[in-house]
Ligand binder design. Structure first.
Ligand SMILES: Cc1cc2nc3c(=O)[nH]c(=O)nc-3n(C[C@H](O)[C@H](O)[C@H](O)COP(=O)(O)O)c2cc1C
Length: 206
């Protein structure tokens, strides 16, 4: 039987993409080795970026390695995210440098580039059998304080990472249900246009 979270893709795509989804249930008892964590950042490292600025930075709070840092970052999460993300063995704060290093001008592509780095990291995690869920629901000032982020950088997301756990461990019923609810997406014709914006991409125009 296919997993309810695997994408019902209309076209052939990489299995890594089809099978990736964002879990909330993590196995709190199974740490992620440092070697496995390094591999995630190696993937992020090779993401493309505007002017090759590589504006992304990451702070790793690995419960197995630095339990105080993990606890502090859990404390910066929104209450809704805390309920499930505290079990994730690894939390990663992603931050960006929003000015170009050489000129000091605003780098309006910094967030875009950081998103690509996190996407690379996410697919790498999937290939390692690790689950990833990103969170925008956190207190930026608190995260800045506990992770000691310098002023020139902006926190973007906190990433929960770890091996998958049982949905039964989740305390919020809505979260338990979401672990097995099929993932939904807009059809391609809603967001891809053929030649100009006036014509949607349709299989009839093949
Ligand atoms: C930038 C970003 C912020 C997100 N913030 C949260 C969050 O605060 N809490 C949460 O439970 N999920 C969060 N998510 C997860 C999304 O809800 C999830 O990726 C989306 O519903 C699609 O599901 P899928 O990743 O399983 O395909 C976030 C995802 C992204 C990319």
């Amino acid at each position: 039987m296919t997993h309810p979270k695997h994408a019902a893709a209309d076209h052939d795509v990489l299995d890594l993409i089809r099978k990736r989804w964002s879990p909330r249930a993590f196995d709190a008892t199974r740490p992620v080795s440092r070697a496995e964590i390094w591999r995630l950042f190696e993937a992020a490292r090779w993401a493309p970026s505007s002017r090759n600025e590589q504006p992304w930075r990451f702070v790793v709070a690995d419960r197995n390695h630095s339990p105080e840092a993990h606890e502090a970052l859990v404390g910066a999460l929104g209450p809704f995210n805390q309920t499930w993300a505290s079990a994730a063995p690894v939390l990663i704060l992603a931050a960006v440098q929003f000015t170009v290093e050489e000129t000091g001008e605003t780098n309006r592509l910094a967030y875009y580039d950081a998103g690509q780095a996190v996407a690379f990291l996410t697919l790498q995690a999937q290939s390692q059998g690790l689950g990833i869920r990103q969170m925008e629901g956190f207190d930026h000032a608190a995260a800045r304080r506990v992770c000691r982020i310098p002023d020139a950088f902006e926190p973007v997301v906190v990433i929960a990472a770890g091996y998958l756990g049982s949905p039964e461990t989740l305390t919020v019923e809505k979260h338990r249900a979401a672990e097995v609810t099929p993932r939904r997406r807009r059809p391609i014709a809603d967001f891809v246009f053929d030649g100009t914006w006036d014509t949607t991409m349709s299989s009839e125009s093949n």
